[in-house]
Write a protein that binds this ligand. Sequence first.
Ligand code: ZN
Length: 201
Amino acid sequence: MTLPPIVQVGAPVLRARATPVPPERIATPEFQELVQTMIATMRKAPGVGLAAPQIGVPWRVIVLEDRAELQASLTADERRERERVAFGPRVFVNPELRLLGEARELFFEGCLSVAGFAGLVERSLEVEVTGLDEHGVSQTWRVRGWPARILQHEVDHLEGTVYVDRMLTRSFSTQEQAKARFAGKSIAEIRQALGLDAAQK
Ligand code: ZN
């Protein structure tokens, strides 16, 4: 399979509202190939989620997966703080996201379409997503922690929103800098190091 390049920020397709997929299209070979291409592209990157606009397809389709090997560099404490658990792969066509409760969490996020960078983004701790799966069957997934963050990030892509629109701009870093300065640190320590507790943005 020849994999498409991942579209980088600045491209109009990442700033447009994606189009709902007509459910009768889901069973077509073309759509099934799109789903397989998205999963393969996400894995190769490697990443934990991908939205169709990121490969230049303006449709409301997202894929997500978090594999144990992608978490290998995290300590047990880091995994716990992020509520990061392995799952997937999961496919959502025409997803609708509902934020549950008031709890919100701040953490670093990156994006395959903003290659090489990271920033702190506040997200709802728990969400419920409904939509169709890759067979056109309705599904609902209620989830918290890291998968909830991935879902919010990917559904944002379908609205033309990129995480940099939501991040605390003072936290914007190269991935090397973020790793060197903040790996193994708690969010409270990171906030302090960035001067965020002085209410600066
Ligand atoms: Zn992204």
